[in-house]
Design a protein. Structure first.
Ligand SMILES: Cc1ncc(COP(=O)(O)O)c(C=O)c1O
Length: 450
């Protein structure tokens, strides 16, 4: 009855897995936000280093992880795979439940898996500062951490509602040397425009991305770094699934279902993409994305070309979207408040390889508390979506009297999310209705791409 399934330092994967190599149809081209024509990779040079642009469009299956990145990964990777014996017992389920725990990174989530290589490639390109957005603060912390390893400066535009909900995340970013600005702000033209129109806005990831992109594009020593969505971010995260495959082999098990919460899609991609190959090759395995019902991108959005940000500064990608000016309700899983989803996640969802479900926040917090009271770890509110879905799968296995192997990504811990737990335990947490009218209004302003 093994509980922790551990790999050694030398077993950290040496390559990232690029799912684009195994897709059955070509990814849709990325379009320029001004011309609506396919982007020339050179157009991206004002905000990204060449090495990351190359990864963004690569169809090579395996991409080598630089030695410098591996050395830093080694501080916490390989991350443990746990068998949730105590949760299984509480649920009286015949299912095997496994979770890959990414909260062991210094920042407390999976996000440094991409922050470290992004900082590394920018440092190699001679960049001095990185500008970025953050929702709940996990990505901002991860980039501040990564930049502190490589001696880069960090500017973080933090979604205002999270800035107010999670003050200690701000302190942590500052501790690692970042400047943190609540978004929308007076620092950028995009922020000033949004504040002018909606002075009381909660902010959104779409708005914060606009500010960070504008900051990077207008300073020659500064680049932009994104914590999710993009192909190269999903690529970097695949160390999670590659390790999990090896760890499951050690206990002679294989998942029937792989579950991840989904904001832009990077932690789900990280765990699930290495299993996509098996699925394409005929293996019976389900891959499940779980999103909040207040921001139901993959379950209620359109599969269409849209901007990645509110101010329409980013390239246009084909993805599931709720519309670039949809502002999701201020739920406590701030990292899941994004109007779009990664292009690769969206394509796989569209092709039926990934399934999606949307859950309300109270049910997710209930699952998180049950998890904390059995397994002990306090999950990030984002990760609680994966936990709820895993519990539901395990209960279904019990009701059907079937053994089933469930693998989910515990993408981060919730040590800085106590105000959300306080609200949940005090009965103060609201379940927002599906914001159908706002989504319809926002979808009406999608770019008209032929
Ligand atoms: C702990 C955690 N999990 C998940 C997410 C969602 O992002 P993604 O869908 O890119 O994994 C976030 C985003 O901030 C996060 O902090």
């Amino acid at each position: 009855m093994q509980t922790k399934i551990l790999l050694q330092d030398h077993q950290i994967p040496k390559h990232w897995y690029n799912v684009a190599a195994d897709l059955t149809s070509s990814p849709a081209p990325i379009l320029h936000p001004g011309t609506l024509l396919p982007v020339d990779p050179d157009d991206l040079r004002s905000i990204f280093p060449l090495s990351l642009i190359e990864q963004e469009v690569s169809r090579e299956r395996w991409i080598e992880i630089p030695e410098e990145v591996l050395k830093i990964y080694q501080l916490w990777r390989p991350s443990p795979l746990y068998r949730a014996h105590r949760l299984e017992a509480a649920l009286k389920t015949p299912a095997h439940i496994y979770y890959k725990y990414e909260g062991v990174s210094p920042a407390g989530s999976h996000k440094p898996n991409s922050a470290i290589p992004q900082a590394y490639y920018n440092k190699m390109a001679g960049i001095k500062r990185l500008a970025t957005e953050t929702g709940a603060g996990q990505w901002g912390c991860s980039l501040a951490l990564a930049n502190s390893y490589f001696g880069l400066e960090t500017t973080v535009y933090m979604v205002r509602v999270s800035y107010n909900q999670k003050p200690y995340r701000k302190n942590l970013m500052e501790l690692w040397g970042a400047q943190v600005i609540p978004s929308p702000s007076q620092h950028t033209a995009a922020g000033r425009r949004i504040l002018n129109e909606s002075p009381e806005t909660t902010g959104s990831l779409g708005m914060a991305i606009s500010e960070a992109v504008e900051d990077a594009a207008s300073h020659s020593d500064t680049n932009y770094a994104l914590g999710s969505v993009l192909n190269h971010v999903c690529l970097h995260q695949t160390v999670i699934g590659l390790e999990a495959i090896e760890q499951l082999k050690m206990v002679s098990d294989y998942p029937d279902v792989v579950i991840g919460c989904c904001g832009g899609g990077s932690n789900l991609a990280g765990l699930a993409f290495p299993f996509v190959r098996d699925k394409i090759n005929g293996k019976q395995i389900r891959l499940l994305a779980v999103e909040p019902s207040s921001c139901p991108t993959l379950t209620k959005g359109s599969y269409a070309y849209d901007y990645g940000d509110t101010a329409k500064l980013t390239p246009i990608t084909k993805m599931y979207t709720l519309g670039h000016d949809f502002v999701p309700p201020g739920i406590h899983a701030g990292g899941l408040r994004y109007h779009g989803a990664g292009a690769l996640i969206s394509q796989l969802r569209h092709e039926g390889i990934i399934e999606a479900a949307a859950l309300p926040q109270n049910a997710c917090f209930e699952g998180a508390v049950q998890f904390a009271r059995t397994e002990g770890i306090v999950p990030a509110p984002e990760s609680s979506h994966a936990i709820r879905a895993a519990i539901d799968e395990a209960v279904k296995a019990r009701e059907e009297g079937k053994q089933r192997t469930i693998l989910f990504n515990l993408s981060g811990h919730g040590h800085f999310d106590m105000s959300s737990y306080e609200a949940y335990l005090g009965g103060q947490l609201e379940d927002y209705a599906y914001p159908e009218e706002n989504i319809a209004a926002s979808l009406a302003s999608l770019p008209r791409v032929k």
